[in-house]
Ligand binder design. Sequence first.
Ligand code: NAP
Length: 287
Amino acid sequence: MTGYDLKRFALLGEPLGHSMSPALHKAIYRQLEIDDASYRTVELPQERLKSFFTGFRVGGFDGVNVTIPHKASVIDLLDEVDSKARLLNAVNCVNRTGNQLTGYNTDLLGFGYSLRQNNVEIEGNQFAIIGAGGSAQAVGAVLADGEAKKVSIVNRTPERAEELKATILSVNEAIDVELISAEDLAQNAKNLDCVVNTTSVGMSPNVTDSPLPSGFFTENTLAFDLVYNPLETQFLKDAKAQGASVVNGVQMLVAQAVYSVEIWMGGNIVAHVDMNALVRDLEKTIK
Ligand code: NAP
């Protein structure tokens, strides 16, 4: 694919540390033979967000990804917000058309993609979401949309768990949603089809931490960790040791990036990229 005008993209957040997004986006452009696009990180404190968007709107960038802590606060700076992103109060992808800025949530699309690739049936199944932050909102919306039978939420802060429950029920009021402690959930763990860790617990460098007690899983459970560094978190190690299937967050990360590129450039990009090759390359970088 060639012939694009020079396009400028960026990731906004703070702190961004050693973000993998520039390397990932460059790998996507390489695969698509797009040699006239750039992607960089822009570390931005809250007080500079508004002025950044003033420049973005008049052509400073063609599109941006947004990460912690700006996913909610960018919403007020946009002209339009996709209905799902508005519901989740989280935008992680902004597209500029002329002077118009539109916000989307591609974490949601990435999570749905990864579930499909791993043949995880949502309809009629029982899920647990560990955590209730921004990414949990996207996970909850996908499970509600897919008509999960039951979603159990475990979170340190009860108010955020209540917000997640409200989001799930606003997508699909027929879902049985419970707020529960990890200890109580462990009693019924054998009924769970899939447990999704959406907390940052276990992320490098705290690689021996897990958000759940070991001994939680059964061989019928799928353990899905949104964390991708390390590739095999303690949560996934515990699950594997008990015979559960495991999925890490790399495929979701790759897919949310590819969906962002599709929003910015149009066309059916998702069908044109070799997602598995992108996942393999990123996994090599993380190892
Ligand atoms: P967030 O909005 O800040 O939410 C973090 C969640 O983790 C909250 O529920 C928080 O609980 C919980 N938490 C944090 N530290 C904890 C601790 N020590 N003990 C118990 N709970 C703790 O963050 P986010 O955007 O949802 O991201 C969460 C993780 O998902 C990050 O590791 C991120 O890298 C990953 N992620 C991966 C992808 C992907 O594509 N693979 C996409 C998005 C996010 P409280 O509510 O009690 O504070």
